[in-house]
Write a protein that binds this ligand. Structure first.
Ligand SMILES: O=C(O)CCC(=O)C(=O)O
Ligand SMILES: [Fe+2]
Length: 317
């Protein structure tokens, strides 16, 4: 318990980015040594979404980002969206207050930039198990990226709503502090253009080594400013563009998605015209203490590998 608290307090503390990476390496190594039976298979001959996992991994490691066309078909997206109709949902404001969808007042809705949906119906969908949760190449690939067996530590299904609340929270550029190593799979469930809240990412900022190479090009004064800045949690976007140029803006159709190392600098742009619905799976080394836990869904694992069972231990049993 003490060790757990220490770990999560350390994650949320002001430990510099470089040290975070070093801790990530140690934690991954400890986990690998602790669980020699959970061997991570080579991804050399594996494909995900008809793309060689080795090339996905290479680009993800290099840039922090890999984008996919059509991870889900239109009918799969429709099935997921349909599940909203009879599931619980709540609005959430910037202070974390939740208002049940059916009971929320107009003011409460207007003070919320998100509406969150129940993910349980999605966890029951066979195509999501096949494509993501129990997908051997995907789990092998994210485990290989993390350097240790991955766990699904969070599954989220939410709508970003147009609002006049100004940029705050995940709508400001930030780097996630969910774990010392993590990788997120995002899937858009609505078409996303410039006006419907696209995700933005500064490529290469997931690794301190790349940041260091920027630092070398700056004067000592500028370098110092960026150094202090990069260890912050949330950022001033003008300053970032000055250093790193424009971020990548991820537009796409419903069903498109991306794998991203959210230790790099990213945000969701506030939607202007249309809401954006998104589905996200976060893979980490250690499950985040602060994320919602679901009642574990009963599942016959059949032939599934120990690595897959391990990855899904907090959502299926
Ligand atoms: O809504 C977005 O595109 C950003 C979400 C985000 O920052 C996250 O999931 O870590
Ligand atoms: Fe984030």
């Amino acid at each position: 318990m003490l060790a757990k608290n220490f770990y999560f307090n350390a994650l949320k503390s002001a430990i510099p980015k470089k040290t975070r990476e070093e801790i990530g390496e140690i934690v991954a190594e400890v986990l690998r040594v602790q669980m020699p039976q959970l061997e991570i298979p080579s991804v050399m001959r594996l494909d995900f979404n008809a793309i060689a996992c080795s090339s996905i991994l290479r680009e993800l490691s290099h840039c922090g980002l890999f984008t996919f066309k059509s991870l889900l078909t239109d009918s799969e997206v429709k099935a997921m969206l349909n599940s909203i109709l009879d599931s619980d949902a709540y609005f959430q404001d910037d202070f974390g207050n939740r208002f049940k969808k059916l009971e929320a007042t107009k003011e409460q809705k207007n003070s919320s930039r998100y509406q969150f949906f129940d993910v349980r119906p999605l966890l029951e969908m066979d195509f999501l198990k096949d494509k993501f949760f129990f997908n051997q190449p995907l789990i092998a690939m994210v485990s290989s990226y993390l350097g240790a067996p991955a766990v699904v530590s969070s599954v989220t299904f939410w709508k970003s709503i147009p609002n006049n609340l100004g940029s705050k929270g995940a709508h400001l550029f930030h780097q996630d502090r969910g774990d010392f190593r993590s990788v997120n799979l995002f899937v858009y469930l609505t078409d996303v253009n410039d006006l419907s809240g696209p995700h933005e990412y500064f490529k290469y900022t997931h690794r301190y080594a790349y940041i260091e190479s920027y630092l070398e090009r700056l004067t000592a004064l500028e370098a110092n400013l960026l150094k202090q800045h990069i260890d912050q949690h949330r950022y001033d976007s003008d300053l970032l563009s000055q250093y790193f140029g424009d971020p990548i803006r991820i537009l796409g159709n419903s069903g498109d998605g991306f794998l991203e190392d959210t230790n790099g600098i990213h945000r969701g742009v506030t939607p202007i015209e249309r809401s954006r619905i998104c589905f996200e799976i976060i893979f980490t080394l250690v499950k985040q203490a602060n994320t919602d836990s679901y009642d574990v869904i009963s599942q016959n694992f059949g032939e599934l590998s120990p690595l897959i069972r391990y990855a899904n231990q907090y959502i299926y049993r």
